[in-house]
Each structure stands twice: as C-alpha cells, then as structure tokens.
Design a protein around this ligand. Sequence first.
Ligand SMILES: NC(=O)c1ccc[n+]([C@@H]2O[C@H](COP(=O)([O-])OP(=O)(O)OC[C@H]3O[C@@H](n4cnc5c(N)ncnc54)[C@H](O)[C@@H]3O)[C@@H](O)[C@H]2O)c1
Length: 346
Amino acid sequence: MTDQLGIGIAGAGVIGKLHADSLAGIDGARLVAVAEPREEAGKTLAGEHDASWYASFDELLAQPDVDLVILATPSGMHPDQAVQAANAGKHIITEKPMAITTEGATRMIDAATSNGVSLAVIFQNRLQPDVIKLKRAVERGALGTLVLGNAFVHWHRTDAYYAANGGWRGTWALDGGGALINQSIHTIDLLQWIMGGIASIQAQIATLTHAIEAEDTASASVRFHNNALGVIQGTTSALEDYPVRVELIGQQGRAVLAGGILTDYTGTIELTDDLLTEDDQRLLEGWQPGEHFGAGHHRQLREIIRTIRAGGVAPVPGAEARKAVDIILGIYESARTGTRVTLGDA
Ligand SMILES: NC(=O)c1ccc[n+]([C@@H]2O[C@H](COP(=O)([O-])OP(=O)(O)OC[C@H]3O[C@@H](n4cnc5c(N)ncnc54)[C@H](O)[C@@H]3O)[C@@H](O)[C@H]2O)c1
C-alpha cells in the first residue's frame, strides 16, 4: 500500500465542489490543491478544504505533493489535461465524458498506459445495487436471448443552465454536443454495459427549445453486437426531469430500471445479493436507498483510491468508459450524414 495520495482538483464548478466534498472520509487521500481560473471560486473551494489554490492547471501539475488529478473542467478540456497530467506522472480521474472525440479518448488512454498511471472515469450510476445485480443476471442469461434494449433520458435544462460559467454547455467545442454527451451519457453507458456493445446506429438530432449549438433532443435506432435492436432517446427539453429508463426485453423476461431502481423484472434468475462479486460488494458498501447526489461519487472515488494504493484496475477504466463516447459520436455522425454508422468490434 502506498502512502497517502495528494489530490488536485481542476475546476471548482458544480462537480469540482462535489468531488472535494466526496473525498471526505476516504482513507489514503487528501485534497491538497485546486486549479481554477475564477479566483474567488478557486480560493473559496481550496480554503474550505485547507488546500492551496492555483490559477492555472500547469501550476497545479508542478506541485510535487499532487499524486492524482481530478478533471472537473469543461469536457472538451479533458484530453489535453489528462495527457499533460499523465506526462507529469500523475494518476487521473476524469469526469464524464472522458473526451468529446475518439482521437481524444485514444490519446488519454495511450498517455496513461505509456506513463504507467491510472486513468479512471466517473460513471457513478453504475454503482447502484439493482443495476449491478441486473448486469450480473443478464450475463448469466436471465432474460434469455436479448431482442430489444432501450435508453430514455427525458430531462429539463433551463436557458440559464446553458448560459452559466461562460456558456460552455451545449457547445460543440467544449461540451462536445448537448443532451446526449452531457446528460444522457450515464444511461447510454448503462445500456451498453448491460446489453453488450452497439454495432450500428441510425439517428437524428434536433435543437428544438434552446438557443444552443448542439442538440437538445435526439433519437437513435441501434443494433447491438448480439443482434438485438433498440432505441436511445435523450432530451433536455422535457417539462421536468423524469426518471431515466433502461429497458431490456429478452425471449425469457423483461427488466426496467427507472432512475437506477428496478421497477419491473421477470427474468429466470432471482436478483439476490449472491449475484454480487467481491468487487461489486466493495463498490456498494455504504449504499442507501434514496441516497443524495454525490454518494455515488464518494463510493467510486473510494474504490479508485483504494486500487491505486493497493494495486488493481481503478473503475471505470478509460477503455471501458470510451464505449459510451463512441456510441454518442456515432449518433452525431449518423445524424450529420444521414447514413447508418457502424462501430468497431464488441
Ligand atoms: N458525473 C456527473 O454526474 C456530472 C455532473 C455534472 C457535471 N459533470 C461533468 O463535470 C465536468 C464539469 O462540469 P460542471 O457542471 O462542474 O461545470 P462548471 O462550469 O460548473 O465547472 C467547470 C469549472 O472549470 C473551470 N475551468 C475552466 N478552465 C479551466 C482550466 N483550464 N483549469 C481549471 N479549471 C478550469 C471553470 O472556471 C469552472 O469553474 C464536465 O465534464 C461535466 O460533464 C459530471
């Protein structure tokens, strides 16, 4: 077990603050630095956690007591910052989406590998008991031959949300898109994680109710590698945030997750705790029904820090996390070109 890890957070916005709070109570890690160009926000967050504030990411990387960097910056910045961090010998945790181009995701993974550092991506929605039990049961054939897999994200985001912090959200350059790559990515990740990978996509996107560059509404028809078909829908133009849904239909049963909770299940294998691996159990330790936003971050950070100190692969590794990015970029390409887009192997 290595000594305590010094953590540096880049970005003191909404999710940077959540990371700083989520680190509390995690053994073997201490927040030592915050990089944030908005001086007041950066100083405030650093001050609350007895850490040092730096105006630039370069200054944060130059600190010898920073062993691990958390990227809580606008998504389009993640690849360059991750490569810089890896080249400085720092482990990396990045917020989703890890990248907004396939080239960016590849660069991040290659830089982490060649520098021998860990690259983990936050996908906290994976860390829910019903989600993991369903994944394990489907792996064992609980739904029989899978024929349909759907993901629905019907949410509401205001104009003020898109205008905040310089208006980076909903731009192609910094958000990489809109309702899909920012909001729906968690649910798309769950769909592809449980169903298996997506082989091809035919999609349309639209900007219907917001003055943003990218889509606030999207609908895609997909074929999975296992030949099942499905639908992915995402919008930030709904009246309010409805629970996100993942639906799986197989020849021998059906499963519906709403907001990460199983609301319908008729598979052939009972969803008991016996399905959980030791790793699953560690990830779920401390989970509570109706837990607050941030509890999933805490549990994922706890496990990432444990694996970096004790050895092992930190969840969710870059190669796994890029799958949802590749699907979303495939949706954008299909919508742009009006053609069916084929993705790589499973
Ligand atoms: N896991 C989740 O559920 C979740 C939720 C929200 C956001 N996110 C992700 O977190 C990331 C940040 O989103 P947010 O909502 O916190 O955005 P935000 O705008 O609230 O915060 C981003 C911060 O980064 C700062 N920043 C800009 N350039 C910087 C640089 N070079 N170095 C350091 N800081 C810099 C900005 O000033 C801002 O304070 C995005 O990738 C987003 O997709 C994830």
